[in-house]
Write a protein that binds this ligand. Structure first.
Ligand SMILES: [Fe+2]
Length: 87
């Protein structure tokens, strides 16, 4: 397993745990935007899965593309959607 794959694995483990905890909290508290928020989490997971299955090799372009996606998505999501819930 390459360093990128290993790092990505760790990151995804963290994200999946965070998603699950947050989804549970939202569901328990009857958060009205829960369905929309769940959809965002699913879209993120689908995009990452597509990245992982697209190719076995990580060239610089692909790493940059992944980095841009993760930066934009994680920061954008946490700073807007998660904070809206007060998480
Ligand atoms: Fe979230």
């Amino acid at each position: 397993m390459s360093t990128v794959d290993a790092t990505l694995d760790e990151l995804l483990e963290y994200v999946v745990t965070d998603f699950s905890n947050e989804q549970q909290l939202m569901e328990d508290s009857g958060y009205p935007d829960f369905p929309a928020h769940l959809k965002l989490h699913e879209e993120f997971s689908t995009t990452v899965a597509a990245f992982l299955s697209a190719s076995d090799s990580w060239d610089d372009d692909r790493i940059q593309e992944l980095r841009r996606f993760l930066n934009k998505w994680l920061i954008g999501h946490i700073m807007t959607h998660d904070l809206r819930f007060g998480n």
